[in-house]
Write a protein that binds this ligand. Structure first.
Ligand SMILES: O=C(CO)COP(=O)(O)O
Ligand SMILES: [Zn+2]
Length: 210
């Protein structure tokens, strides 16, 4: 896709996430890898009202070179995009159920959501590491996220929200949506002895779709 098409898609998907309540107010941010750098949603912008020509552009060295001032979470996005060369985009949300799991799980936990359904495994994978709490925008979170993201498509920031990567922008958005739905199921089914996918079923999904 061209940069112009990616800018338009970013606006369309941001509006869709916002309209369906995955993001409220100015919460959340999205980045997309380009051949010559990165696109990033501007700081304090609503995902519901992004403007294609005002999206921030960063060069390959992560310097701001165009558009509005980028998200304060540039370190969070850089942590994942440098850890995962195959990732084309990163979506960070404060989506309610995933954030609730991030308030319940212990930092260091790697599987706070059980493998209940195939699409969680196919989109998010086997693990969802919990990163300790950091103040939003704190550069100190970069190393923890970078190390965890080497082995996981998504991480969950304690008491904050999910950070989800995908091969493409659309894949990252699909994975963030699937993560939120799986978090909702996990909360609904807490303490009810729900049947989980077996390790063999998880292996089969990852070898077929992973
Ligand atoms: O989600 C957010 C902070 O974690 C939103 O921050 P920005 O508005 O700077 O992108
Ligand atoms: Zn946030």
């Amino acid at each position: 896709m061209t940069e112009s098409e990616l800018r338009d898609l970013l606006c369309e998907l941001g509006a869709s996430l916002f309209a369906r309540g995955y993001s409220v107010g100015s919460a959340g941010n999205i980045s997309v890898r380009l051949p010559d750098g990165y696109l990033m949603t501007p700081t304090n912008s609503s995902l519901g009202r992004l403007k294609a020509d005002r999206i921030s552009k960063l060069d390959a060295g992560w310097n701001h070179v165009g558009g509005d001032k980028p998200s304060k979470e540039v370190f969070m996005h850089r942590a994942v995009l440098t850890a995962r060369p195959e990732a084309g985009a990163v979506v960070h949300l404060h989506s309610t159920c995933a954030t609730a799991i991030g308030c319940l799980a212990a930092p260091g936990d790697a599987m706070p959501i059980p493998p209940l359904t195939p699409y969680f495994v196919m989109r998010v994978g086997r693990t969802l590491p919990i990163i300790p709490y950091y103040r939003p925008g704190d550069a100190a979170m970069e190393n923890d996220i970078h190390q965890a993201a080497k082995g996981a498509r998504a991480v969950l920031l304690a008491n904050h929200g999910p950070v989800v990567s995908g091969k493409s922008l659309i894949d990252a958005v699909y994975a963030a949506e699937e993560l939120e739905e799986s978090a909702k199921l996990a909360l609904m089914l807490r303490g009810q002895n729900a049947r989980e996918l077996t390790p063999a079923q998880v292996d089969d999904l990852l070898s077929t779709f992973g």
